[in-house]
Every structure is written in structure tokens, then in C-alpha cells.
Design a protein around this ligand. Structure first.
Ligand SMILES: Cc1cc2nc3c(=O)[nH]c(=O)nc-3n(C[C@H](O)[C@H](O)[C@H](O)COP(=O)(O)OP(=O)(O)OC[C@H]3O[C@@H](n4cnc5c(N)ncnc54)[C@H](O)[C@@H]3O)c2cc1C
Length: 391
């Protein structure tokens, strides 16, 4: 019998479990694959405050701080680097969009300033002469997402958490006050349950008999071979990622999403949310070549030296979201002692903090910052035939 079971061993589930164990609970994490092998381990690793929604900025600043101090609470080897980041506008319309967005984000607490082309090229000598305006945030950086599974495994085991990997949860039952969770031939019971299944949260909710309106996107990321140093900063371009579900269309212009950075080993990571094809049931992902080319063209338009770089690998990862694109983090309405965490845009940056404040709530403490009520999507209460309950 455990005090808490966590289903899903991505960044959200692992962080929640870690803090619960450090808070004195007996905890197990149950993960279908290996720890941080889905979104949490295949993402672009960008810790950019410039691409966070203003409503989430206080959480992003806390998440950034946690990455910076990861050696204190998670362990070594996550490769945090603070490089500073530039977000570029190539046209006057984009410059206006950039001004509006970054002003909001600066008001929300991110240290962002506007810089004109010449200053931007001093900060990043590899930049093309196409940008008309840029914004700069000295805090932007990255961490090595492909290393974090190893770091979390060591931290969880060190904190006494039992970790079940290659273990797919197939049923959840309520037996009295306990949850009985079945995976493979195993059933484990606990007083408290946290669903942290990323893009699969809708399916996990269904096992518990609750509806979580989770959809997903399939993001493409590419990495080049090792090349000479051509980049000092994190590069992005201004765009509205919520404007289309499919990602930027090829041929419309070079406007779209971009994140670009060179790792200390010389490889350049090119991402930004261009959409591949994936299927949660089948488990496979497929690159869309036309979007890969669009993403590469956009990167090259910003940093001309990329013309010399060959792409070594392109892959996809799946990211869950709910209709308002805000996180789920809190108690599941109607099921006592059941909680959910996930569906956070920029969840690599913010995830460690969301897991921490959810764990505070589960431990019976007041979370440092407000949680994100998963009950906000519940259907409106039914009204009776004479209209009782109507406003
Ligand atoms: C390609 C890509 C690039 C991204 N780039 C960035 C970025 O640069 N910066 C940033 O801040 N954010 C980025 N993100 C977002 C970020 O990676 C995610 O928000 C975050 O990792 C989500 O963490 P999670 O723990 O909720 O989900 P996941 O990491 O997906 O973890 C959920 C886990 O639940 C497990 N699971 C599901 N069903 C079951 C079951 N039945 N039984 C047991 N286990 C189950 C899965 O196997 C999975 O490991 C990116 C996302 C993607 C996909």
C-alpha cells in the first residue's frame, strides 16, 4: 500500500512524485515506457521566457529558476545553459506583433528589451540582415532534455520512490478509500492518485471515469551534425502559435515558429512546433517533409551559416493540451484524493514548478501559487424543464 501512486513518468509526474516522497509519503511512479522518453525527453529543451504566455510568466520564471538550480534538487547532468535569446521580426507587421507580445510579457515580469538590427547583430554576430526588430531576454537558455530521464531516475530512487518502467496502466478501480491501479500482472493500491500522462491524459481520465478534454499536437524537431560555433544565443521568430493547429503553412511567408540553438557539442537544434503526424494508439510518428523544409528554410533565413550544416536527424514528440491551452494541475472534481497535472504549453520550462506546487497541495500544504482547476471544463449543470438554475 502506497500513500500516493503517480501514473506517467514524464517531467510532471516525476517532479510530483519526487516532492511527495521528500514530503514523507510512500510513493510509486508507473510509466509505460521509460522515464522521460515521451515529450519530456524529446523536446527542444528551450527555456525561453519570450515564448511563454503572459498568464504563465510567474510560473515560467519559477520553472526557469528551478532549472538553474537543478543540481540542488534534481542532480547534476541536466546541462542548464543561460545564453540569452533573441526573438526576430522580419516585417513591419511582425515588428508590431513583436512589440505587443513582448511588452505584455515584460509587464508580466520577464526581463525583455527591444533591440534594433545593429544591436541584435552585435549580440548575435551570426544573424542575417533580414530582421527589422528583435527582442532580447538575457535569461533565455536551454537544458539537455535527453538527459533528464537519467537525472530523475537517480533522484526518485534516492528519495525512496518505487519506479515501475515498461508498465502500462490498463485499469484504475476504487476499492473503498483506495485506488487500485493495474499494469501488466501487477496491481498496486494507494490512498492518493495523480494522473500525469501527458498527451494520454484523456485516456487515463477515462479509466477513472472522468472526462478530460485533452487533444494533442505532434511537434517536429531536427538536429544538425556538429559544426563550428555559429550561434551564441537562442533564436526565435515572432508568431502566434495559437493561430493554427497545423503550424505555419508553407509558402505563406517565412513567418512561423522557430527555436534555434547550438549546443556546447556543436550540434544545432531546430524546432518551433512545426507539425508532424502521429497517432496515440498506434504509437508511431511521421515527419512531414514539407514542414521540415519550411522549418529549415526559416532557420537559414535567420542564420545564414546554417547553409553549411547537414541535418543529422529529425524526430517528433507529442504534446497534450486542453481547449484553453492552459495547464491542468489540481484535484479532479468528484473523485476524492485524485489529482491531475499536465497539458502545459512550454511544459519543459514550467513542468518542474507545476509538479512542485501540485505536490504541496497533495501534502496538505497551501501551494505557493494558484493551481489550474481541471474542473473548469465540466459540463454546465443541467437545468430542469421549468428553468430552475437558469441565470
Ligand atoms: C517535440 C516537442 C518539443 C517541445 N519543446 C519544448 C521546449 O523547447 N521548451 C518547453 O518548455 N517545452 C517544450 N515542449 C513541451 C514539453 O516537452 C511538455 O510540455 C512536457 O514535457 C510535458 O510533460 P508531461 O510529463 O506532462 O508529459 P510526457 O513527458 O509526455 O509524460 C507523460 C508520460 O505518461 C506516460 N503514460 C501515458 N499513458 C500511460 C499509461 N497508461 N500507463 C503508464 N504511463 C503512461 C507516457 O509514456 C509518458 O512518458 C515540447 C514538446 C514536444 C513534444
Amino acid at each position: 500500500m502506497y500513500d500516493a501512486l503517480v501514473i506517467g513518468g514524464g517531467i510532471m509526474g516525476c517532479t510530483t512524485a519526487l516532492h511527495l516522497a521528500r514530503g514523507g509519503m510512500r510513493v510509486a511512479v508507473i510509466e509505460r515506457r521509460g522515464l522521460c522518453m515521451e515529450a519530456s525527453g524529446v523536446n527542444a529543451g528551450t527555456l525561453s521566457l519570450q515564448i511563454k504566455r503572459k498568464e504563465l510568466m510567474p510560473y515560467a520564471l519559477k520553472g526557469w529558476e528551478l532549472w538553474k538550480t537543478a543540481s540542488d534538487w534534481l542532480g547534476d547532468g541536466v546541462g542548464f545553459h543561460q545564453l540569452g535569446g533573441l526573438t526576430l521580426a522580419f516585417t513591419d507587421d511582425e515588428a508590431e506583433l513583436l512589440e505587443n507580445k513582448m511588452r505584455e510579457r515584460a509587464e508580466a515580469g520577464a526581463p525583455i528589451e527591444f533591440v534594433h538590427r545593429d544591436r541584435a547583430r552585435e549580440i548575435e554576430p551570426g544573424l542575417s540582415n533580414h530582421p527589422v526588430l528583435a527582442s532580447f531576454c538575457p535569461l533565455d537558455g536551454y537544458a539537455q532534455s535527453n538527459e533528464i530521464g537519467r537525472a530523475y531516475r537517480a533522484a526518485l530512487i534516492g528519495a525512496g520512490v518505487q519506479v515501475f518502467e515498461r508498465s502500462t496502466v490498463s485499469s484504475i478501480e476504487k476499492i473503498g478509500a483506495n485506488f487500485a491501479v493495474t499494469f501488466g500482472g501487477n496491481t498496486k493500491q494507494a490512498r492518493r492518485l495523480t494522473l500525469a500522462g501527458g498527451a494520454w491524459l484523456g485516456r487515463l481520465g477515462a479509466l477513472l471515469g472522468v472526462e478530460l478534454p485533452v487533444e494533442y499536437r505532434v511537434n517536429q524537431v531536427s538536429v544538425t551534425e556538429r559544426i563550428r560555433p555559429i550561434l551564441r544565443t537562442i533564436i526565435g521568430v515572432v508568431s502566434d502559435p495559437l493561430s493554427t493547429k497545423e503550424g505555419p503553412a508553407l509558402g505563406t511567408s517565412l513567418v512561423g515558429t522557430l527555436t534555434l540553438k547550438q549546443s556546447s557539442n556543436g550540434t544545432v537544434l531546430i524546432g518551433g512546433g512545426w507539425q508532424g503526424i502521429g497517432d496515440l494508439d498506434r504509437g508511431g510518428y511521421q515527419i512531414r517533409p514539407e514542414y521540415l523544409i519550411g522549418n529549415l528554410r526559416q532557420a537559414h533565413y535567420a542564420i545564414p551559416a546554417l547553409a553549411d550544416a547537414r541535418v543529422a536527424r529529425t524526430w517528433c514528440g507529442v504534446e497534450g493540451h486542453v481547449p484553453d491551452f492552459m495547464p491542468l494541475a489540481g484535484p479532479i472534481p468528484g473523485v476524492e484524493n485524485a489529482f491531475v497535472v499536465g497539458c502545459c504549453r512550454g511544459g519543459f520550462t514550467i513542468g518542474p514548478y507545476l509538479g512542485r506546487i501540485l505536490a504541496q497541495r497533495i501534502l496538505g500544504q497551501e501551494p505557493e501559487m494558484p493551481l489550474f482547476d481541471p474542473g473548469r471544463f465540466a459540463p454546465a449543470p443541467l437545468v430542469d424543464s421549468v428553468g430552475a438554475g437558469r441565470p
